[in-house]
Structure formats: structure tokens, C-alpha cells
Design a protein around this ligand. Structure first.
Ligand SMILES: Cc1cc2nc3c(=O)[nH]c(=O)nc-3n(C[C@H](O)[C@H](O)[C@H](O)COP(=O)(O)OP(=O)(O)OC[C@H]3O[C@@H](n4cnc5c(N)ncnc54)[C@H](O)[C@@H]3O)c2cc1C
Length: 189
């Protein structure tokens, strides 16, 4: 066994999991196919109870220090609606403007501090499992290799190949305006 836990994907979910595992004394291996963090603008911040959860985890202060606007933000986009919180003396909902790319950077820093190893440019191309271990086939910058662990967690996004390869269904319906969903099988995004 090479490691205890392999996390596939270094998005917010995989990195947060790496931090949680680190707090529990586990040093996961995080495999991320992208060599560089994406600069596509995605989520613009955090809001609601997650902020208190982050405080419990010792993460809120560094997020607040990195936020890109006044915190708590006086307004917050929620779906298509912009909530105006300025009329409330003690707003129950707090919002923190923090672009997803920056959030991922901070989570990765924290995961690193807690002992996780994040390998960028390493794509998981296959998974095998027996009674004791799971083995990931990986294509890294220096070529293909294998790594085994007691657990492998798919944090590889909405079109998770780990989920597909594990035979886990993704039931549900999509809004008709979401085009190309469900997708036809494709190994790349
Ligand atoms: C254009 C855009 C705008 C968005 N805007 C908002 C917004 O305004 N508000 C909001 O709340 N959310 C927004 N989102 C959604 C938000 O970005 C996602 O909910 C969030 O990124 C999900 O995090 P995740 O870690 O689960 O998955 P992801 O961020 O998708 O991370 C998955 C990671 O897994 C990696 N990966 C995939 N396959 C493999 C593999 N085989 N091997 C190794 N690594 C792999 C991917 O490269 C990726 O880095 C937006 C998303 C997009 C695309």
C-alpha cells in the first residue's frame, strides 16, 4: 500500500477533504489532472453556515484576510437574486467575497500544512479494487504509473469518472436550458 487515501481532484471538494483528513492525522495523496489551477471565473464567494464551519476548522481568518471586498458583504448573489442584507441590524446570513481560484489556493496551502501531497498534472486513467486495496492508474508528467491505497475518493467534479468507473449512477434531471447534459461519454473535459 503506497498511501492511506487517494483523493482524485484538487477542486474545492478534494482540497477540503484533504484538509479534513489532515486534521484527523491522515496524509492523503491528491491527484489533479490540471498542471495549473484553472483561471476560469467560477464561484465568487462563500455565504451562510459554511462560514461558521470554516471558523471551527481554523480556516475563516485566512479566508477573511484574502477576501476581495468588504466582509461581511452587504449584498450577496443567491441564484439569480441579489440579496440585500443592509436592511438587517444583525443579518443571519453572512457572505465573504472570495473568488474560487483564490479559495482553492488557500485550501491547498492548508492541505499542504497538514501533510497532504498534491500532485498536479497527474490524471487518474483507471481504477482497480480488490479486497484490501484500490489501485489508481495515473498518467503523470513523466509517464504512466500506479499507486495503491486503502481508500480512493472521487472528488473529480460533476462529470466524475471515478463515479462512472465505480458504477455509481447519477440519477436526477437537469434543467432543459443546461445543454449537453447528460453528456455522452468522453474521457476529457
Ligand atoms: C463557469 C463556471 C461558473 C461557476 N460559477 C459558480 C458560482 O457563481 N457560484 C457557485 O457556487 N458555483 C459556481 N460554479 C460551480 C463551482 O465551480 C463548483 O460547484 C465547484 O467547482 C465544485 O467543486 P468540486 O471540487 O466538487 O469540483 P471541481 O471544481 O470540478 O474539481 C474537480 C477537479 O477534479 C479534477 N479531475 C477531474 N477528473 C480527473 C481525473 N481523472 N484525474 C485527476 N483529476 C481529475 C479536475 O481537473 C478538477 O480540478 C461554477 C462553475 C463553472 C464551471
Amino acid at each position: 500500500m503506497d498511501t492511506e487515501v487517494i483523493v482524485v481532484g484538487a477542486g474545492p471538494t478534494g482540497l477540503m477533504l484533504a484538509c479534513e483528513l489532515g486534521l484527523a492525522g491522515v496524509r492523503p495523496l491528491v491527484l489533479e489532472r490540471q498542471a495549473e489551477r484553472s483561471d476560469t471565473p467560477k464561484a465568487g464567494g462563500l455565504g451562510g453556515q459554511v462560514l461558521e464551519l470554516l471558523r471551527h476548522r481554523g480556516l475563516l481568518e485566512r479566508f477573511e484576510a484574502a477576501c476581495t471586498g468588504p466582509a461581511p458583504a452587504p449584498k450577496f448573489p443567491f441564484g439569480g437574486i441579489h440579496l440585500d442584507l443592509t436592511g438587517l441590524a444583525d443579518p443571519p446570513l453572512r457572505a465573504l467575497p472570495l473568488p474560487q481560484q483564490r479559495l482553492e489556493e488557500l485550501l491547498e496551502q492548508r492541505a499542504d500544512e497538514l501533510g497532504a501531497e498534491v500532485r498536479r498534472g497527474h490524471r487518474v486513467t483507471g481504477i482497480r479494487q480488490d479486497g484490501t486495496a484500490v489501485t489508481a492508474e495515473v498518467l503523470g508528467p513523466d509517464g504512466p504509473y500506479r499507486v495503491s491505497a486503502r481508500y480512493l475518493v472521487g472528488c473529480d467534479g460533476a462529470r466524475s469518472q471515478v463515479r462512472e468507473r465505480a458504477g455509481i449512477a447519477f440519477p436526477g434531471t437537469a434543467y432543459p436550458e443546461v445543454t449537453g447534459w447528460p453528456r455522452s461519454p468522453s474521457p476529457t473535459r
